[in-house]
Design a protein around this ligand. Sequence first.
Ligand SMILES: NC(=O)c1ccc[n+]([C@@H]2O[C@H](COP(=O)([O-])OP(=O)(O)OC[C@H]3O[C@@H](n4cnc5c(N)ncnc54)[C@H](OP(=O)(O)O)[C@@H]3O)[C@@H](O)[C@H]2O)c1
Length: 267
Amino acid sequence: MTENQFTTHADLFDLSGKSALVTGGTRGIGMMIARGLLQAGARVIISSRKADACAEAQHLLSGFGDVRAFPADLSGYDECQRLADLVKADSERLDILVNNAGAMWREPLETFPNEAWGAVIDLNLKSPFWLVQALLPALRGAGTADDPARVINIGSIAAIHVADSPNYSYASSKAALHQLTRVLARELGPQHVTVNAVAPGPFPSQMMAAALDAIGDTIVAKAPLRRLGRDDDMAGVAVFLASRAGAYLTGAVIPVDGGIATTASGT
Ligand SMILES: NC(=O)c1ccc[n+]([C@@H]2O[C@H](COP(=O)([O-])OP(=O)(O)OC[C@H]3O[C@@H](n4cnc5c(N)ncnc54)[C@H](OP(=O)(O)O)[C@@H]3O)[C@@H](O)[C@H]2O)c1
């Protein structure tokens, strides 16, 4: 039996000295996560397609810590490689990779276009894989048995329950991402890299704006916790998964949804 080692409460969630990459960190859930990691002491690189959004988000987040932003379109393999090279040029070690950038396509079944498959699957499913692959040496370089490197994939409750929304490629991409999380967790655990997923419920963001304008009140009224997700709800789970507190979890898909999907009645 190994001896228990107790960590102070503050140290349990401390990320001082850690480095992180948060894709899609310029707004919405990615920015909530980037802010949380910065406040816990990590150095954070954020990324998104638009250079001006990157500059603006870097400026906003710099009040919380050491943050830089690199523009990249992660829907393509080459751009994922280029971003990974930029990250590795900055430091040979990467402690935390948050695969958050994602896209949704809502359209009725009859008119759901073919391009709504490639665009969504490439960004939501393939790019997390490409980034893990390209950044594996840096993650392996950071992880130890006591303190593994962390991959956090942002999935969705759309892959846990069936949403009232024609989101065929989106829900499928997130279900596949949840399973990819488990597949990678099994392989990378012995290499001191944990791989977990967060499945958010409704959080206000650009992606969710139209849906929340239309049916936000109904969602809140039916949600067991009677509210939408807030910045701290997402920052909290990310800091937990990235810190000593979450060092013994891998292959988990954690719903952060106020009970919407976790208590769905099925009727
Ligand atoms: N909000 C929710 O309620 C909710 C619920 C469940 C799951 N999620 C998941 O949470 C993640 C973030 O969603 P969000 O609601 O915060 O969405 P959002 O507000 O639309 O933000 C998406 C982020 O990803 C970036 N992005 C989009 N396409 C990209 C591309 N091709 N390459 C690189 N970056 C790209 C965006 O910046 P640019 O436009 O500058 O590229 C932005 O920073 C997604 O994976 C989403 O599926 C969200």
